[in-house]
Design a binder for this molecule. Structure first.
Ligand SMILES: C[S@@+](CC[C@H](N)C(=O)[O-])C[C@H]1O[C@@H](n2cnc3c(N)ncnc32)[C@H](O)[C@@H]1O
Length: 246
């Protein structure tokens, strides 16, 4: 299966307008990118599936990319054919759940990383709380039960593909099988954590107006950081996954 365009890139202009308008959205993303930076190792970083390239605001040295060349990114890079240019970090924010062959992405990422290099993924979570939330407020499906071996998924009739339950299933129910597959590529799981509860929805995301000002959201994020993982595993909206090449 070759890499098809599973995401509607015409949405990007709207996203950029909202990004520029919303200090609230930028405050929450700043917190997520700070966590990404803490998980990265020194060296060159490539972002896969950069969209409008907001990562550049927080990680100024990274190289942005997307499946096709757009005015927003530095290069066109498919998640399945990452150029082996000794990257120390590969980061991808909300991309894994659009990949029809997530294991092929990990194989390509492993081949492109230097030893000790990292893959840092931020993804929607498939917790019970997140499933309720996404069912009510998000158009893309969150169906972890459909994520089954051999982890190759068909696109919809219009060519799109999204299953926001992807990371939940791969790093939860299927973790032993996925760990084995990753080991064959020379990758190990460093950490799988949950984060984001109320602050992110209160930004209104890329489609709705913010419910709270940025300062209030920063305070809320500080509170959310203190929540135990045991609770977040039930209600959090996002997963934060770090892999390392051995
Ligand atoms: C939901 S958007 C996320 C954009 C950006 N990372 C953000 O968080 O704002 C998903 C992105 O993944 C990209 N993408 C989907 N499949 C891809 C593939 N096979 N290779 C590279 N990028 C891909 C899409 O083009 C899109 O830009």
């Amino acid at each position: 299966m070759s890499a098809s365009i599973t995401y509607d890139l015409t949405l990007l202009e709207q996203s950029l307008a909202k990004w520029r308008r919303s200090a609230a959205l930028r405050a929450v993303y700043a917190d997520i990118f700070a966590a990404m930076r803490r998980s990265m190792v020194p060296g060159r970083t490539l972002e896969i599936g950069s969209g409008i390239g907001v990562a550049r605001d927080f990680l100024p040295d990274l190289v942005t990319s997307d499946i096709v060349a757009t005015k927003f990114v530095d290069r066109a890079v498919s998640a399945y054919a990452i150029p082996p240019e000794s990257w120390s970090n590969l980061v991808a924010f909300d991309v894994l759940h659009h990949l029809q062959e997530p294991l092929r992405f990990f194989a390509s990422a492993a081949a492109a990383l230097t030893p000790g290099g990292r893959i840092v993924l931020v993804e929607p979570a498939g917790t019970p709380g997140a499933r309720c939330f996404y069912r009510l407020f998000h158009v893309e499906p969150c169906r972890p039960k459909l994520i089954e071996p051999p982890f190759k998924f068909a696109a919809e009739a219009d060519g799109s593909f999204a299953n926001m339950g992807m990371a939940h299933a791969l790093f939860g129910r299927h973790r032993p099988a996925v760990e084995l597959a990753l080991r064959a590529f020379g990758l190990r799981i460093v950490s799988v954590a949950h984060r984001d509860l109320l602050a992110y929805p209160a930004t209104g995301g890329f489609s709705q107006p913010a419910l709270l000002p940025a300062a209030a959201l920063r305070a809320l994020l500080a509170l959310e950081r203190r929540l135990p993982q045991a609770l977040l595993r039930k209600v959090a909206l996002r997963m934060f996954v770090v892999l390392e090449k051995s």
